[in-house]
Design a protein around this ligand. Structure first.
Ligand code: NI
Length: 171
């Protein structure tokens, strides 16, 4: 297994549209293992393949307290989303240190393949529902800061670019 570099906003590659996974083969299984390792190492609760510059429809999630209950969703599709929405504070491993409110459906139903290529349907609510919607946005090339006002988004962009320059200077 290997830790993968996580693309940092505003990297334009984060806006790539992911293509469906054709086959859950050894290559995809390695990518899943690497993504899980990368997510746990970064102390995140979700990671989309887009964020590690692999533009295929694959996300990994673990919202459990003990970080021992990984969920793998391949080619996920939301088949139903509740009309009821709620505002949650969200963060993202591609936008470290930034947290802001995004409105999401409180419940969703998702069909996807699991890590063994088996089809499954998940009914999610609470944090899991939010996380699934956030990660699936990544597969469409959308980062959560794009829900915020242009003013806020530009401030975040400036801050991220500045902190990257500072990091590069100190390296
Ligand atoms: Ni994210």
């Amino acid at each position: 297994m290997a830790l993968l570099p996580i693309l940092q906003y505003p990297d334009p590659r984060l806006h790539t549209l992911a293509r469906p996974v054709k086959e859950v083969d050894a290559r995809i299984k390695t990518l899943i293992a690497d993504m899980l390792e990368t997510m746990y190492d970064a102390i995140g609760i979700g990671l989309a393949a887009t964020q590690v510059n692999a533009h295929e429809r694959l996300i990994v999630i673990d919202v459990s307290e003990q970080h021992d209950d990984p969920l793998v969703l391949i080619n996920p599709e939301i088949t139903w989303a509740s009309a009821e929405k709620v505002m949650n504070e969200e963060g993202c491993l591609s936008v470290p240190g930034i947290y802001d409110g995004v409105e999401r459906s409180t419940q969703v139903k998702v069909t996807a393949l699991d890590g063994n290529g088996q089809s499954r349907t998940i009914e999610a609510e609470g944090l899991l529902a939010v996380c699934i919607q956030h990660e699936m946005d990544h597969l469409l090339g959308k980062v959560f800061v794009e829900y915020l006002s242009p003013l806020k988004r530009n401030r975040i962009k400036t801050k991220m670019l500045k902190s990257r320059r500072d990091t590069e200077k100190s390296n």
